[in-house]
Design a protein around this ligand. Structure first.
Ligand code: ATP
Length: 238
């Protein structure tokens, strides 16, 4: 079996007459953390939405585990093993932490209780507060809950949209540390969209740079971090 989990080919996505993705192609292989860097408005969220079926591409194809998924309903895509952790987290504020986590397993027919314990082992604060309403969690804890809920689906691929959004540098380090451990220990393949290029390139194996709807650079994360253009425009070095 091929090692390619996700293959996006020449995808074009529009908002009415506005072309937000202009022929995007990316690959994610099994076991990798891949990051998409890009400034505000580059098209990162649009790419995530197109992959998980919340938007339909006008042109191009998206294959997941060798099967074409473009233009399928989001629900069907989720059931095949893609889990999106959206920008802004979107936890259910009136449900408890544990209820939110259990909802993450709704597509599964097997018993998810081992995974609940696995999630709690990475995020002990969620276990401590499991009976509390999620609306009272801090931003960082909500991000932990959103990641935990995504893990409960036992996904083949996790899509994370701006996990550092609104978090302090310290919390960002903590979240990305857990992302690295989940990849190494639980073998979760991840595609991460991120404006914080420092942390994204330090975490990922591979990266792509999206500018105005086009991929303008691609390569190993280390090579990208050492490139003069990336250093100037994304890492703030001169
Ligand atoms: P951000 O970091 O701000 O989320 P992004 O890289 O995720 O940015 P997108 O949100 O994917 O960028 O937006 C890509 C382009 O599509 C932008 O030019 C944006 O103005 C446009 N766009 C996004 N959402 C809509 C919408 N609902 N209607 C019209 N245009 C939109």
């Amino acid at each position: 079996m091929s090692d390619t989990v996700l293959s996006v080919r020449n995808v074009e996505t529009f908002y009415g007459a506005i072309m937000a993705l202009r022929g995007v192609s990316i690959d994610v292989n099994r076991g990798e953390i891949v990051t998409i860097l890009g400034a505000n408005g580059a098209g990162k969220t649009t790419l995530m939405k197109t992959i998980c079926g919340l938007m339909d591409p006008e042109k191009g194809t998206i294959s997941f585990l060798g099967k074409e998924i473009s233009r399928q309903e989001p629900d069907k895509i989720v059931r095949q093993g893609i889990s999106l952790i959206p920008e802004g987290r979107e936890v259910f504020p009136y449900l408890t932490i544990e209820e939110n986590l259990k909802l993450g397993a709704y597509t599964r027919k097997d018993d998810a209780s081992d995974d609940l314990e696995m999630v709690y082992s990475y995020f002990p604060i969620l276990k401590e507060r499991r009976k509390q309403a999620s609306g009272f969690l801090s931003g960082g804890q909500q991000q932990m809950l959103a990641i935990g809920r995504g893990l409960m689906a036992k996904p083949e691929l996790m899509l994370l949209d701006e996990p550092s959004l609104g978090l302090s540098p310290l919390l960002t380090q903590e979240i990305f540390g857990i992302i690295r451990r989940l990849n190494a220990e639980q073998k979760v393949t991840m595609l991460i969209v991120e404006q914080n290029a420092h942390i994204a390139l330090a975490t990922a194996h591979k990266g792509y740079v999206l500018e105005m709807g086009r991929i303008v650079m691609a390569g190993d994360a280390d090579d990208l971090a050492n490139s003069a253009d990336i250093q100037e425009f994304y890492l703030g070095k001169t």
